[in-house]
Every structure is written in C-alpha cells, then in structure tokens.
Design a protein around this ligand. Structure first.
Ligand SMILES: [Zn+2]
Ligand SMILES: [Zn+2]
Length: 277
C-alpha cells in the first residue's frame, strides 16, 4: 500500500505544476488551490487544464490531489450577500473538483458572532450544496482552531451538522494544529487515544478522510491558529508519530501546510522517517 503524504504546493503556471513540484519534494499526494484563493468569483476549469493535470498525474505517479477552497469563503456569514457569494464560490469549487477528478474539497467552517445562529446558517448552506453539487466529490469540513467567532472547533459542533445532514459526502479534514489549539491533546498515547475515542463517539471515525499535518506555534487550548514546522512547535514529534502509525488512518492523504515552503522537503522527510510500516 502506498502511503499518501504530501504538501500544499504551488499552482503558479498551471495546476499541473503543483504535482511536478510535489514529486521533487517527495510527495505522494498534494493539496492545491484550483483557482486563486484571494478571489472568489466562480471560475470554470478549461478543458486543456484538465488534460494537463491528468498528464501530470501519470508522469509523477501522484494520483491523489486534494483541493483547498478559498479562505474567504464563509458559509455561515451573517451578511446574506456574503453568504450567497461564499455559497456560489464553493459550489464552483466543487464543480471544478468534479471536472478535475479531485475527490475532496477542503473548506473552512466559517464564523458568526452568534454561535447557534452561525451553526444554523452553516447547516442550511451545506444542505443546499449537497442538493446541487456534482457526483464524485466530497465536502471536506476542516476542524477549526476556534479563533475569534469561528465555528466547528469541537467534535460536538460537527455532530450537530451530522444530526441535521447524515450524508456520506460530508467528511472531515483533521488539522493537527487546529485540533491542538482547540484543546485536543495528542502528545501521549493515552491522550491521543482519548481524542479519537471522543471523535468516534461524536462523529464516527469513518468520516475522517483527510489530514492536515501541521505543528502549532501556540499552546494547547490557545484557540489561535499559527502553523509551525513539524516537530518544532508545541505539538512536537510524538503526535505525528502516533498519527502516521495508526492503522486506522494509513490510507488517508496527509498534507503539510507549514509556514515556509522552502522547508517542505525537510518537513516531509521527517514525516516519511517516522512511518514504520
Ligand atoms: Zn484550511
Ligand atoms: Zn491553520
């Protein structure tokens, strides 16, 4: 079995370049932006781009490509116009992913000054997306750090979504930095197993389908989202060792988003070095 370990690589000059860069860095999976993350005008994907990405998959052997939606997207925004734009942008993202053969479109869960209202708006946005999205793609909901008015930084928040929308196209992307900042300690085998038992109770482990492996600059429970290079933050190497060698997660894509891309190769080498099986 091929392990899927990689990084969020650059699509400058074309989406395919993210795969060639990934190959050089030692990736067997990559995460990309399928459009500029700073603009959210819905853009379709050109037929030529689809072909180039397919060709790059064959040439590099990197079949697993994950997309990350624009950070601006807030599906729970209190402003109806912003919420509608976010909805259209993310629906366009899901459509681009379907055209490109990308299964997972990772998305942030948004924010709202009133938590319960925000959760309701988020659930309604997701309900409509599930009705309109194309086949072959999944909404990968990222676990958040809980910064500011962010939603979905506790497992029970996701449980609320699944209570309303028990749909298998809604999956989870676990970000280690965000989980740690939100108060989930994975540094010892005991705390690590307690976290995943809790996840299983609230959400169900089969729904966890993508990982973001990032260390955290900020301490446990700080609710501040600052990524650090692998093993150089408050989380430390032990958590990554446990995740990488947990057979329940061995088939899932694991992607780094550490702060300095010049050090991606170094971070990836550390992760590959910790895989024992
Ligand atoms: Zn993210
Ligand atoms: Zn983050």
């Amino acid at each position: 079995m091929q392990r899927l370990i990689g990084a969020h690589t650059s699509t400058a000059g074309g989406l395919q370049n993210a795969l060639y860069e990934g190959k050089q860095l030692g990736c067997t999976a990559v995460q990309i932006f399928t459009a500029s993350p700073r603009q959210w005008k819905p853009v379709p994907v050109a037929a030529e781009q689809i072909e180039k990405l397919q060709h790059a998959r064959h040439e590099t052997g990197i079949e697993c490509v994950v997309s990350h939606a624009a950070y601006l997207i807030n599906l729970a925004s209190q402003d109806p116009d912003t919420r509608r734009k976010a909805y259209e942008a993310y629906l366009a993202e899901l459509q681009r992913c379907a055209a490109l053969g990308i299964r997972y479109a990772v998305v942030h869960m948004g924010s709202h000054p009133d938590f319960d209202t925000g959760m309701q708006l988020l659930i309604e946005s997701l309900r409509h997306l599930l009705a309109e999205m194309p086949d072959g793609v999944c909404i990968a909901m990222e676990t958040m750090a809980g910064q500011g008015n962010a939603l979905c930084y506790r497992f029970e928040h996701f449980a609320r979504i699944y209570d309303a929308l028990p749909d298998e196209r809604l999956v989870i992307c676990a970000d280690t930095c965000h989980l740690f900042a939100a108060g989930y300690d994975m540094r010892t085998p005991e705390t690590y197993h307690a976290v995943w038992d809790e996840f299983d109770r609230y959400i169900g482990l089969s729904r966890l389908q993508v990982w973001h492996l990032n260390d955290s600059k900020k301490p446990l429970g700080s609710r501040v989202d600052r990524h650090e290079h692998i093993g150089e933050g408050e989380l430390g190497l032990s958590a990554f060792q446990l995740i990488l060698n947990d057979p329940r997660f061995a088939t899932l894509p694991m992607l780094i988003e550490t702060p300095d891309e010049k050090r991606f190769a170094e971070d990836l080498a550390k992760l590959w070095g910790m895989v024992t099986s």
